[in-house]
Design a protein around this ligand. Structure first.
Ligand SMILES: CCCCCCCCCCCCCCC/C=C/C(=O)SCCNC(=O)CCNC(=O)[C@H](O)C(C)(C)COP(=O)(O)OP(=O)(O)OC[C@H]1O[C@@H](n2cnc3c(N)ncnc32)[C@H](O)[C@@H]1OP(=O)(O)O
Ligand SMILES: Cc1cc2nc3c(=O)[nH]c(=O)nc-3n(C[C@H](O)[C@H](O)[C@H](O)COP(=O)(O)OP(=O)(O)OC[C@H]3O[C@@H](n4cnc5c(N)ncnc54)[C@H](O)[C@@H]3O)c2cc1C
Length: 675
């Protein structure tokens, strides 16, 4: 048997797809180890996939698009129960990476009844509950004796946490907090799994003690009777209805009617309220926002994975779809031969790799900050907040765009739910909104950039942190791209730094200038905010490029290094063209240099072409995980599309009741009236 570099090759596959895999120049298992940050983890992913493949009870009983929302919820609860029971046979205990993979394979991306339990409830208790509180709740939560969520957003307020309407008023006499929802707009609205699944929630409410508002705080709140699952007295709760996607998750509403909880249900690791109402403030004002930072840090990887789902589907399909000719004397070509198709897909393949590398760095920083904060050191919180705010916004934005491009690259079949593209898009695009609306989070990063710009302007560049040190450096007078013999990426990085620095300083100038002219700070901020957000995007895109460069420099295997270097070339050239207005406007890059950048882009599209399928195969998504007829590993698309269509519930009978009831009588009466 021939050993190919691409480990996805199997006998009996569509020969067009096999031909693509045979041209791959690198070992896809080794590339998976880059993507998943270690050989061990990549191997464990494959092992978990194999275990699941052998257990039919963990497979979907029918394609998700053929199920109603209620059926999907039932089905995912069935599978969730099974994986909970057999967890230790499938994954290492408490290994969140393995759990994430297990969930994606078995439950899928549409959510499940304990999605928020793992993503926010447990992280909130871990970071914010005191040791005593953790003994009481955390172990039960980890054992899944209780199910919880994170209830912060309200019908009338999501972004602006200072103006939440839910109040927690301390009653010194009974040593209780009284939770209350004063208006309809104060109803909690959106929290995942709040509607029907959870019996507890970490609730964010404005805390009042003796008439003073201490701002948003987090409370552990029982919502439903643990035995009957009925809502407790004083609680109004339910599902908010179907959404664009993510409909297995019961996003919910919640109202409190003077609902009492003990004082000790305030999460008290960093903040305390003494029995007499004395408030002990935390070491950092935003320490209670940790569950949001947790998701923002991890969702970069989650988004990269969803982008790669779509790219895997579109790239594989583009290798088996033949349409039209390039040379009219030759047969129809694979659509992947078209330069336009390559230009649509390959830069996003490069972005997906860039995002997953940036995501890995973000998680590392998050874990470091988590450890430091636990010991009272909050010095890196602002950096982490700035970095994750920018990344969650930029990455979710381009992920949604990339998925949509991938869908369109599949032509008509991309529009069928057999492709699964609409669900992937719908779930991923939620990331532009949840955990902080993207514009709002870019503005959070902009605050950090403006402070940094002000250090530069006041000659204090030495005080700049490592993420923004480039703001204090001097630019060359023009970019040296194509003007120096170097083959590395230094000139591109310098160019991105120049662009981000110039925009940041310019936007900050606008803001400070407006204030100098007498505008109040918030008005000046609002009038500068489009320019400020441009700076945030450019800064974040620079960070992503740098993370990509750092990773490529670390890679030792020469075959991997070569293809990753090709991808990085594609990435920097594509990014630079995409932001060419900024590069051209002060003459830092000339139009002839941009011509060179364009040529490089086309060169690398062609160079990557033989590795395209191997690059998406390296993510090692199983068919079960992808849930896409178009994206099947074996490339047997057409016969399976036909089988999928035949399985459509509408095809159970030849004549639908709607035809019997309405269309037949309509046609009959039309015929009769003609007589
Ligand atoms: C192991 C593998 C796992 C892979 C995982 C994959 C994950 C996939 C995930 C899928 C998840 C799907 C489920 C979705 C679940 C969604 C849940 C939610 O959406 S929960 C609700 C989220 N809501 C928000 O994000 C609200 C956004 N708003 C805010 O965050 C804040 O209101 C604000 C930051 C905009 C403003 O806050 P406010 O208190 O009003 O701030 P001030 O104006 O007073 O002060 C600003 C000041 O504070 C600093 N700040 C703000 N936040 C932080 C922080 N978190 N850390 C550090 N510092 C912070 C900010 O920088 C300002 O500082 P300054 O010095 O003044 O400039
Ligand atoms: C799929 C999904 C899952 C969710 N899960 C949860 C959950 O589990 N728990 C939870 O508590 N919440 C959850 N949410 C809610 C989510 O966190 C909020 O919707 C999000 O934070 C945005 O807030 P908002 O809806 O108030 O938007 P708004 O703030 O009303 O945004 C509307 C528009 O106003 C703009 N805007 C608002 N403020 C500013 C500003 N200061 N400056 C400039 N522009 C501004 C925004 O950019 C946006 O264009 C979820 C939402 C979704 C879609």
């Amino acid at each position: 048997m021939v050993h190919h570099q691409n480990k996805a090759i199997r006998e009996g596959d569509n020969p067009d797809l096999t031909a693509e895999r045979v041209t791959g120049t690198f070992d896809t298992h080794s590339m998976a180890a880059q993507i998943y940050n270690s050989e061990a983890h990549a191997r464990r992913r494959r092992e978990i996939t194999e275990i699941i493949a052998k257990r039919p009870e963990l497979h979907d009983t029918k394609p998700f698009p053929f199920m109603t929302r209620e059926e999907k919820i039932l089905e995912s609860s069935r599978k969730l129960t099974l994986i909970t029971k057999h967890m230790n046979e499938i994954i290492e205990p408490n290994n969140s990476n393995e759990m994430f993979h297990l969930n994606n394979e078995v439950l899928g991306i549409e959510g499940h009844p304990m999605a928020l339990h793992g993503i926010m409830f447990i992280p909130a208790l871990t970071a914010q509950a005191s040791e005593e509180q953790q003994k009481k709740w955390l172990t039960r939560a980890i054992n899944r004796e209780i199910v919880g969520t994170y209830a912060q957003t309200e019908l009338g307020h999501g972004t602006n946490l200072q103006n939440l309407e839910t109040t927690a008023t301390y009653d010194v006499a009974t040593q209780e907090f009284v939770l209350h929802t004063p208006t309809i707009t104060g109803l909690k609205w959106w929290p995942g799994n709040l509607g029907k699944s959870s019996n507890y929630a970490v609730v964010v409410a404005l805390m009042f003690i003796k008439g003073k508002n201490y701002g948003p705080h987090t409370f552990m709140v029982p919502l439903r009777d643990e035995k009957t699952h009925q809502p407790l007295k004083g609680i109004t709760i339910g599902d908010i209805g179907p959404k664009i996607a993510y409909n297995v998750t019961d996003n919910g509403f919640l109202g409190f009617d003077h609902y009492r909880i003990p004082r000790t249900n305030l999460l008290m690791r960093h903040t305390r309220v003494e029995p007499d109402g004395t408030y002990v403030k935390p070491p950092h004002a935003k320490i209670n926002y940790s569950a949001m930072v947790h998701v923002r840090s991890h969702m970069i990887t989650g988004q990269a994975i969803m982008l790669s789902y779509a790219l895997t589907i579109a790239t594989r399909y583009s290798s088996v779809r033949r349409q039209g000719q390039i040379d009219t004397t030759q047969p129809e070509v694979k659509v992947l031969e078209y330069q336009t198709q390559q230009h649509r897909l390959f830069p996003y393949i490069a972005r997906a790799y860039a995002f997953v590398f940036a995501g890995a760095e973000t998680v590392k920083l998050y874990e470091r900050v988590l450890e430091e904060v636990a010991t009272g050191n909050v010095s890196l919180m602002a950096d982490l907040h700035a970095l994750t705010s920018g990344l969650k916004s930029v990455v979710s934005h381009y992920t949604a765009q990339g998925i949509e491009q991938a869908r369109m690259a599949c032509g008509g079949h991309g529009y069928s739910q057999a492709s699964y593209m609409s669900e992937i898009f719908g779930v991923a695009v939620g990331g532009c909104t949840y955990e902080g609306e993207n514009m709002v989070m870019l503005l959070q990063l902009a605050r950090y950039l403006v402070k940094s710009a002000s250090l530069v302007k006041t000659g204090q560049s030495s005080k700049l942190g490592p993420l923004v040190a480039y703001l204090g450096a001097k630019s060359d007078s023009t970019s040296l791209i194509d003007r120096t013999p170097t083959t590395g990426f230094a000139e591109y990085v310098k160019t991105f730094q120049h662009i981000a620095r110039r925009q940041t300083l310019k936007a900050a100038d606008k803001f400070f200038g407006l204030m100098e002219k007498g505008e109040k700070r918030p008005i000046a901020w609002n009038k500068s905010s489009v320019e400020l957000n441009r700076a945030s995007r450019l800064h974040t895109r620079l960070y992503i490029v740098e993370a990509f460069v750092r990773r490529v420099e670390e890679v030792a295997d020469p075959r991997l290094k070569e293809v990753l270097t090709d991808l990085l070339h594609l990435h920097v050239n594509y990014e630079l063209l995409d932001m060419s207005t900024y590069a051209l406007e002060d003459g830092f890059v000339s139009s002839s240099q941009l011509d060179y950048v364009r040529d490089q882009l086309y060169f690398y599209l062609a160079k990557i072409r033989p590795n395209a399928v191997s690059l998406v195969d390296s993510w090692e998504f199983s068919d079960q995980e992808l849930r896409s007829v178009l994206g099947r590993r074996d490339g047997h698309v057409y016969e399976n599309l036909f089988a999928w269509a035949k399985a459509s519930p509408l095809n159970k009978t030849d004549v639908l009741p709607s035809v019997d009831k309405y269309l037949k009588p309509l046609m009959e009466s039309a015929r009769a009236s003609k007589l």
